[in-house]
Write a new protein. Sequence first.
Length: 209
Amino acid sequence: TLFPYTTLFRSKLKCCNCGKKFVSCSCVHANKIKAYIDALIEVGLNEEEILEKIAKKYTLDTIIDGKAREMVKKKLIAQAGENRPEIVINPLSYNLGIVSKSKGTLELRVKIQNKGKGVLKITGLKTSCDCVTVKLKSVNYTSPIFGTKGVESGWEADIYPEQNAELNIIVDLNHSNVNLGHMARTVKIESNDPLRSVITVGFHAQIVQ
């Protein structure tokens, strides 16, 4: 007998894109997670196994229940071993204040740190709107510019232990998608960090003439 995800995971998950309570969110991302859970239930996985797979596919941050999160975290750390990479981006949200469209462009620089002992491989960069582009700069490397289509197949960039890299995010304020009023955009970063394989950096601003 299948049991609904709404019963089992009501208080244990969130939609990692919008942060709403999981069962009350109907965004595309939440629906994908729900469909994924249903498929795992159908093949007979138990709660712990499902939570572990969710953490690997959608990042540990999706699990908000403290006990469940700690249980999954310990498993992932044990599997990855001591020489795992650890991505650190702080903060994850930026208030850019009041910005005039007359500036033409809006730039945000975000530092990425590797606090782990293994090589951190950035494997995905994707923006939420065509008005936003992003590129990665590290010690000896500058990536191509990426947008809503993300990176090319097979692309990756290495950040070595205790080294930093920088995301250079540019908003074209003259783009047709940028209107006066509140603007909120995101950039999604994918990596080989076993605990946080997907991180979303968000920023918002008040656009004026």
